[in-house]
Design a protein around this ligand. Structure first.
Ligand SMILES: [Zn+2]
Length: 251
């Protein structure tokens, strides 16, 4: 059959418009414009989640977020980890949906003294999210009259890599990577100019009291959480759960 006259082979296919959303980056308050994931990006996320490799997942999350930024100023490699969690969940909600199916196991203790233990499926609404800040946290930590440490929030790759580290190493590594600079009466010593070993020696040379001040900063990092509320269908117990790790939420 002959082609209709207006149809020209080899003409590029039309581009279909996608919605664009304006959102505010939590750490800076700056606005950026983003578009939802395309099918290509959903595929990348699926491949990464099937690979079960944390490094692949982290780099894919970062790549996909970068792809979806239409306009605006954010450095995905340097941004604090909670900005990335926030952006990822926002894009997930706009692209795939705001509802995620999760399984909960009821830990309510019944009148009989036994644990309910019932496992049920419920839906989490990821638009019910917030960043929880500790108002007492300070990034300028004085070690004595003249010496101090200026702290910063680590980036996403670092926090996710550390999830794999043993607990005892994890705290020191997080502290080490949260130092922006050390200062004394002579000036500042930028952490990026020193090796991990030098910074680790510095941290391990601190008194317990000063170490605790650094520890308090990392223990009070802002966290991005999604709140889930659900009633157990068996015993009726009202569950309130706060999720803060989203790496499993691709599909
Ligand atoms: Zn129950």
């Amino acid at each position: 059959m002959a082609l209709p006259i207006e149809e020209t082979p080899n003409r590029p296919l039309p581009k279909i418009d996608v919605p664009v959303y304006t959102i505010k980056i939590p750490s800076t308050g700056k606005q950026i414009k983003v578009r939802p994931f395309s099918v290509k990006e959903e595929k990348l996320l699926l491949i990464a989640s099937e690979s079960k490799s944390p490094d692949d997942v982290v780099s894919t999350v970062k790549q996909v977020i970068n792809n979806c930024i239409v306009k605006g100023d954010i450095d995905i490699d340097k941004a604090p980890f909670f900005d990335i969690d926030f952006l990822f969940i926002f894009l997930r909600a706009k692209s795939i949906g705001e509802s995620i199916e999760v399984n909960l196991t009821c830990n309510n203790t019944l009148d009989s003294g036994l644990r309910c233990g019932h496992t049920f499926t419920t839906n989490m609404d990821i638009s019910k999210n917030e960043i929880v800040y500790d108002e007492n946290a300070t990034s300028d930590i004085k070690l004595d009259k003249v010496n101090g440490v200026r702290m910063k929030y680590p980036n996403y790759s670092l926090i996710k890599q550390l999830d794999e580290s043993p607990e005892v190493e994890k705290k020191t590594k997080i502290i080490l990577n949260s130092i922006e600079y050390i200062y004394d009466k002579n000036g500042i010593y930028s952490a990026k100019d020193y090796s991990s070993k030098e910074l680790q020696d510095f941290i391990e040379g601190l008194t317990e009291e000063n170490y605790k001040k650094l520890e308090a900063f990392v223990d009070s990092f802002p966290t991005f959480v999604v709140k889930l509320e659900a009633d157990c269908p068996k015993c009726g117990y009202h569950h309130v759960v706060r999720y803060s790790d989203f790496i499993d939420f691709f599909y």
